[in-house]
Design a protein around this ligand. Sequence first.
Ligand code: MLT
Ligand code: ZN
Length: 412
Amino acid sequence: VLRPGSTAEVAAIVRLARTHHVGLVPQGGNTGLVGGGVPRAGEVVVDLRRLARLGPVDTASLQVTVGAGVTLAALQRHAGHAGLAFAVDLGARDTATIGGMVATNAGGLHVLRHGAMRAQVLGLEAVLGTGDIVAANPTGLVKDNTGYDLPGLLCGSEGTLGIVTSVRLRLLPAPARVVTALLGVDGVAAAVDALAELRGCAGLHAAELLLADGMALVGRHLGLPPPLDPLPPCAVLVELAGDGDLLGQLGAALDRLGPVVRATAVADDEAGGARLWRWREAHPEVAAAHGIVHKADVSIPLTELPPFVDQVAPLVAARAPGAPLLVYGHLGDGNLHVNVATAGDDDGGAVDAVLALALDLGGSVSAEHGIGVAKVSWLLRQRGAAAVRTMAALKAALDPDGICNPGVLLPA
Ligand code: MLT
Ligand code: ZN
C-alpha cells in the first residue's frame, strides 16, 4: 500500500508502475459496493487519504477545491462554515472520499434536485495512466468550451484511466430550513403518484422509497416502534429544503394527493428529521446483519417501477429461498437497491435475475454504484459492442500499459 501526499508523488508512483508493469488500485474511503477499490491479483493499493487539503471556499463563485482524500463529511462541514452546502449527500458520508465519489460518479440522496457527482465537478487534477498530470479547468470557469470534457470523462471512470488527485466543486447556499416527512401509501404505484405531486414543491430535494418488509426488519434490528402505525405497505421519505414556506408546500401537496397518502409523520427539526432518516439509512446495515449481502443497484423507468417491485420478490425467492430481501432506494431517480442476504457466498443467480429484469424493463444494471468487478459481465449486454469498443479505445489511449485498476469496468 502506497500513501502519496502530493500529486507529484502520485505521478512518480504511476511512472514506477509503468516501468515495472504493476497494476494500481486507487482507494479512498473503501466504501464502494462493486469491488472497484479492492486489489485481487497482486496490484499495489494507492491510498489517497493523505490528499486531504481543503482549499478556501470561494463565496463569490460558490466553489471550492479539495484534495481527493477529503471525506464527504469534512467537505460538508467546510462548506457549512462559509454558510454553504455541497449538493451530494449519502449514508457513507463520514468515510467516503471526494476522489472516490468522483471516480464512481456517486449519486445519493439529492440527485433528483442537483444531479450526481458529475454535475458538481467543474474541474479536476488527475494523473493519467500515461503519467501525464492533467489540470482540467482548475480555476472552475463556468464557461470553458475548449474541447473534450476531461472532468466529465474521468468522473465515473472508476480509476481505469488515471487517478484523480484534486477536484474543483460547485457549492450551494445552505438551506435555511429543512422539513422531513414519511408518507404512508398503499403501494409502489401510489408512491409514484405521490412523487408526481411532490415534484410541484420547489424545495423537494429527496424522495426515498421504503417497503413494509424492509421497515419491519429495520424496526426489529434497531428495536424501534413503527414510524407509522400500522406500517403501510409502502412509504415515501420526503425532504424539502430551502428558505420558502416548506411546511406550506408540503401541506398543499398532501391536500392535492388526498386519500393517496394514508398516514404522515412530519419533522421540521434536525433531531426529528434524523429519526425519520434512520429508517431509510439503516437499510444497508440491516441487510448486512442478516448474512452475506448480494446487491443489485438498478435504475428503472418510473412507469415500470410497480411491475419491477411486484416481480422482484418471487424472482429472488425462487433462486435464494428464505433469504431476507430488502428493496429500497431513491424513488425520485427511479433507482432501487435490491439486497439479498444469504448464509453463504452463493445467491443462486438472484442478482443476475434482478439485473436481467431491470434491462427488460428499459432500466440500467448500475444506477449509481458503478460497474467495478461485480458487474463487468453486464457492461456489454447493456451498452453494446460499439460503446464498449469506444471505452476500450479511450482506456488504451490514456492507460497504454493497462496499469490503472485492471479488470475493473472493462474486462482485463
Ligand atoms: C444507499 O442508497 O443506501 C446506498 O447506495 C448504499 C446501499 O444501497 O448499500
Ligand atoms: Zn443509494
